[in-house]
Write a new protein. Sequence first.
Length: 226
Amino acid sequence: MGKRAKDVVEEVVEVDPDAAAMAEKRKAKKAKRAEAAAEVATAEQAEADGNAEAAAMAEKKKAKKAKKAEAAVEAATAEEMEVDEDADAKKKAKKAKKNEAAADVAAAEEMEVDEDAEAAALAEKKKAKKAKKAAAAAAAAAEEVDEPGDEEAEATALAEKKKAKKAKKAAAAAAAAEAEGEADEAAAESKKAESEEGKESGKGGHDNENTVFVRGLPFSTTEESL
């Protein structure tokens, strides 16, 4: 019995070094697995961190694009407002130019009316002056034949009075005809000017050379030609 126990103890003692080696191998294998698992976890964590960083970068790019788009919209709006302001300024300038042209036309018409009025006043003065001269001549003739004398002298005086009266009427008629002729001539020139302006502006006009006045004479007829 003692001998067998001794043999068993020796076998156990002989087997223990292998068991220890096996345990070491197992321990090393577990450590290696744990290390591999740790490396895998570290890789996964790094990948997760990388994905988070990529997501943050994408968000930054998205925000930057949105900011650029907003800036572009603002720039386009500013350009449209500038274009509208330029259009309004052009319209105002055009309107001011039209008003200025209308004012020039009105001033020119007023000057023309003033010139016509001055011409009419001058014609009236000439007419009054001629009538005054005729009256003075008639009075002088009457004074010359107003002295006492014979019947022949009286007849001569009466004839002179009649002659002076006729001369006075003729002078008045001539003055009236001259004033009317000047007025007609002024009206003819005014109409001719209006006709020329109408032709220049492309709106047509009257042919003064071939248009007959109410008295039967064309507008181009002058006092010298009569």
